[in-house]
Design a binder for this molecule. Structure first.
Ligand SMILES: Nc1ncnc2c1ncn2[C@@H]1O[C@H](COP(=O)(O)OP(=O)(O)O)[C@@H](O)[C@H]1O
Ligand SMILES: [Mg+2]
Length: 368
């Protein structure tokens, strides 16, 4: 018997659903809660198989907020949103909506909404964020490593992947033991799924790191689709996959960008950086990324403005700037010497704060 908790503040609707659930052979109602806090407490202790939440809950907490809190409190509980025909809701497992039931609905509709319980705990796929820049040395690696660390320290599970198959740098900016295995040690095809965990290296704060090959000639052994597959498999087990991208728009980078949910485009206030970024953005548009995935600008070394402004760069590239990271050679070189992300070696520096803020923006952006 599957246990269902109903979160509903309208007594008539609660009664209607209660009667419907009573007629379901495979399901039993364990209770009705009308107050968000009590509902969460109950989910936490009882871990029901499913909750049905009124999407139109009135009061401070919306049904959608509550769904996310239920997910956090009990990831194995399936969440069915209850709505009315005038307010359509789509199932979005990554937004904590596994199924939708539209009132008044019939027995068949209820049964099919509750069928999500049979699927077991489907983990929402993690977000794949690629840090890209058409210019080497613009700060991709620095941003990728620190962003991954901040997200991890806030409690998300995070994978960090070197997207530069030849001369990748994650191996050297972190304290990776010399013989640590890399993406090239993975079998291709279905075998990749089972072997992935064996080649991951546990990095700072428990980030799962997928390294690039250590020898330059091994880069050729990696086919672009396999690189994208590795990234997608990492997203099955982690909330975030951060890819330290290359600065060449070749096959491997395009495969990674295609798979990405979000592209962070790193720019500096240098003419060459902005002009090449403009060309990259044109390519993104030709590839149909516009409207399909957010492309967000991160200005690195933003204090060396050289007569350019944030507004100017936003205008030229027609994209929003989500972070401005100042220059700090001392903090950066200390972090490189210690082989430690700067958000750990100098947490109070302004660079670390800017990177922390970038993580904030990204998390908020993903919630929307
Ligand atoms: N905000 C910054 N302030 C000072 N040095 C920086 C900053 N960002 C990056 N660097 C340094 O610049 C160099 C290039 O950065 P890196 O992250 O490796 O760029 P990319 O991966 O794009 O080639 C590195 O030595 C890095 O430590
Ligand atoms: Mg790099």
């Amino acid at each position: 018997m599957k246990r269902i908790l109903l979160i509903e503040d309208l007594p008539q609707v609660a009664q209607h659903l209660q009667q419907m659930i009573a007629r379901e052979k495979e399901a039993e109602l364990v209770g009705v809660e009308s107050q968000p806090e009590q509902a969460i407490a109950r989910v936490t202790t009882e871990k029901p198989d499913a909750v049905m939440i009124d999407a139109l809950l009135t009061g401070k907490v919306t049904g959608f907020d509550l769904a996310k809190r239920v997910r956090a409190a009990s990831p194995g509980t399936r969440i069915v949103m209850v709505t009315v025909p005038q307010r359509p809701v789509d199932p979005k497992p990554d937004q904590a909506i596994d199924a939708v039931f539209v009132l008044p609905g019939g027995a068949n509709e209820l049964a099919s909404a509750l069928a999500v319980m049979q699927k077991g705990a489907v983990r929402p796929k993690g977000k794949m964020v690629v840090v890209f820049s058409p210019k080497g040395g613009s700060g991709k690696t620095t941003i990728a490593v620190n962003l991954a660390t901040v997200l991890r320290r806030r409690g998300s599970s995070v994978a960090l992947m070197d997207g530069v198959m030849q001369f990748g740098s994650l191996r050297y900016v972190l304290q990776v033991p010399p013989a640590t295995r890399s993406i090239v040690d993975l079998p291709t095809g279905q075998g990749m799924r089972t072997s992935l965990s064996e080649v991951l290296w546990e990095g700072p704060s428990g980030i799962a790191v997928l390294l690039a090959p250590s020898r330059p000639e091994e880069a050729e052994l990696m086919a672009a689709p396999d690189i994208a597959t590795a990234m997608q498999l990492l997203a099955e087990d982690h909330d975030y996959v951060i890819v330290d991208g290359s600065s060449r728009l070749g096959d491997e980078t395009l495969a990674v960008l295609d798979a990405a949910d979000v592209i962070l485009l790193v720019v500096t206030y240098m003419q060459a950086s902005i002009a090449n970024s403009r060309a990259a953005v044109d390519t993104f548009e030709a590839l149909g990324y516009k409207g399909q995935k957010p492309i967000l600008l991160v200005v690195n070394q933003a204090d060396t403005a050289a007569g350019m402004s944030k507004g100017g760069i936003e205008h030229t590239l027609n994209l929003p700037v989500v972070a401005e990271i100042p220059t700090d050679w001392k903090v950066v070189s200390e972090s490189l010497n210690k082989q430690q992300p700067l958000v750990l070696s100098s947490p109070n520096s302004s660079v670390a704060k800017a990177l922390d803020q970038l993580a904030n923006t990204l998390v908020q952006q993903q919630r929307r």
